[in-house]
Design a protein around this ligand. Structure first.
Ligand code: CS2
Length: 505
């Protein structure tokens, strides 16, 4: 393997090159196990920064602590769209640097459990074969909300999604995550083998049951017997995943080099905190002892998931839309603004916390105080524009679930309504200083058209609430909700975020 890389003009030796692990500075943790004996047992779909800083980090800890040295749990990653990750990771033999960004300074660690990266569009049948191989015991996923090809309001498969149609017509050459899972499970079924566990690690409500239903429904459109086998034999545990992992930047590459002395084209920077709550319901082939790395194996993930999606992610989306409009580029800048911070704290205290039953042993006041500290971490630059993307797929579980709960109780929803108004206003594409920004959302064209159609605030709000894929059939008819949003939208249009937050205080 060459010591340098064309994208590394300084000639710094590359991570993963011969002898590099032995030459890391003493303070940098690295694999101490015999990596040549590590066998792949997990195929991970959607190899982004998040999984490499979360599920892979837990797995690396298990390997590091594995006294018996069975080395059973190597990971093969798969990218469902682009070759970038493979192109960065293959020249360094899958090794990469994790940078823990703590307020008091960064710490680096080299991870070795990623054994290779497949690029699905280059060889979809090859990925299906790898997933179907008896050695694969778990197929895990972080494909983001839209990667499930479901209707966000109902959780049902979008049978008219172009990629879903493609997968039904070309089942051996899928494009979608559910399509790959169905194809690989079908191969197992036909070979008379047991299924692998499907472990979803995306921020979706009841994510295990959701992916089980999507996979089942896609299978049923092709073969009833396959669908029945999946329903009877399949294992789809739910999970709650948590770690703040901003998209990687060139500054992370430079920092990895400074901390390790090696060039790494694919480092991942993350916050210190991590949490993984996993429903302990795996197929017979088992799972790594993730609990030894601090994961919580439980019988019911739902309370943890509600807490995290509604409090962390709900606040994140609030900060994202208000922040983008106010010209605040990162979460930490946004929560450094006293008025915005007070708004988020009141949103939690007055509207969201009262609608979230605390998981066993959890105090939600302490949980939100810790969230605010995490958001304020001076070492993390998490872009508001990044969190703002895909709002159509995120709002239902992050904010609308709370709205429904509160409306059932006849409780106020004024602050959440401001966040929804901010999302609608953000979709018009101009911040409070008249600046533009990029809007990324699978429904962007439709939603931006609604945001810019003209008409008064209540007309805009009604048109939005009619979008059933987001608001379901029920919220469109809620006049109280509609007029609360419209009041905020009027103020946002006339006077901007500061005034709207001031009025909501
Ligand atoms: C964020 C999440 O981008 C987003 O939508 O809210 O990625 C968030 O950082 C993680 O869920 C934290 O666990």
């Amino acid at each position: 393997m060459s010591m340098t890389d064309s994208s590394n003009p300084h000639g710094v030796p590359r991570l993963g090159s011969a002898g590099s692990l032995d030459r890391l500075p003493a303070g940098v943790a690295r694999p101490r196990y015999d990596r040549s004996r590590l066998r792949p047992a997990i195929v991970h779909l959607g190899l982004g920064a998040f999984f490499r800083a979360h599920g892979a980090a837990y797995t690396e800890d298990v390997l590091a602590a594995d006294a018996t040295g069975s080395l059973d749990w190597g990971i093969l990653g798969a990218s469902l769209q682009r070759p970038d990750q493979r192109d960065r990771l293959a020249p360094q033999d899958g090794y990469y640097t994790l940078i823990e960004r703590r307020p008091e300074g960064p710490e680096a660690r080299v991870v070795g459990c990623l054994l290779g990266v497949l690029v699905a569009p280059e060889d979809p049948a090859g990925l299906v074969a790898q997933m179907a191989a008896p050695s694969t015991r778990i197929v895990s996923l972080t494909v983001t909300e839209k990667g499930y090809c479901h209707d966000p309001a109902t959780g049902l498969l979008k049978a008219d999604h172009p990629d879903v149609k493609h997968d039904l017509e070309h089942p051996g050459m899928p494009k979608t995550a559910p399509g790959f899972i169905v194809a690989a499970l079908e191969a197992r079924f036909k070979a008379g083998q047991a299924p692998f566990t499907v472990l979803t690690c995306d921020n979706l409500p009841g994510n295990g049951a959701l992916v089980a239903r999507l996979v089942h429904d896609m299978a049923a459109l092709r073969d009833d017997r396959l669908a029945a086998w999946i329903a009877a034999e399949g294992a789809f545990p739910s999970t709650m995943v948590d770690r703040i992992v901003p998209a990687a930047t060139d500054a992370d590459i430079a920092l990895a080099e400074r901390l390790t002395g090696f060039y790494d084209a694919a480092p991942v920077a993350h916050e210190p905190f991590r949490q993984w709550v996993i429903e302990d319901r795996f197929a017979a082939a088992g799972r790594p002892a993730w609990e030894s790395a601090g994961a919580q194996l439980v019988s019911d993930v739902a309370p943890f998931e509600h807490m995290k999606l509604r409090l962390l992610n709900g606040a994140h989306s609030a900060i994202a839309y208000l922040g983008v409009l106010a010209g605040l580029g990162t979460v930490r800048e946004a929560v450094a603004d006293p008025a915005l911070r007070a708004f988020i704290e009141a949103l939690w205290r007055e509207e969201i916390v009262p609608a979230v039953p605390p998981p066993p042993g959890m105090d939600l006041g302490a949980y939100t105080a810790e969230l605010m500290e995490r958001f304020a971490n001076p070492a993390i630059a998490h872009k508001t524009i990044q969190i703002a993307m895909d709002g159509s797929q995120k709002l239902p579980q992050r904010l609308l679930a709370t709205v429904r709960e509160r409306r059932r109780q006849g409780a106020p929803i004024g602050r959440i309504a401001l966040v929804i108004a901010a999302w609608m206003h953000y979709l018009a594409g101009r911040d409070d200083n008249g600046g533009g920004y990029e809007i990324r959302d699978p429904m962007a064209a439709e939603l931006m058209a609604l945001a810019t159609a003209g008409g008064g605030p209540i007309d805009t709000v009604r048109a939005f609430l009619d979008v059933e894929a987001i608001f379901g059939g029920d919220l469109a008819g809620d006049a109280v909700f509609a007029s609360a949003i419209a009041g905020h939208l009027a103020l946002l249009r006339q006077a901007g975020v500061k005034a709207a937050i001031g009025a909501a205080a």
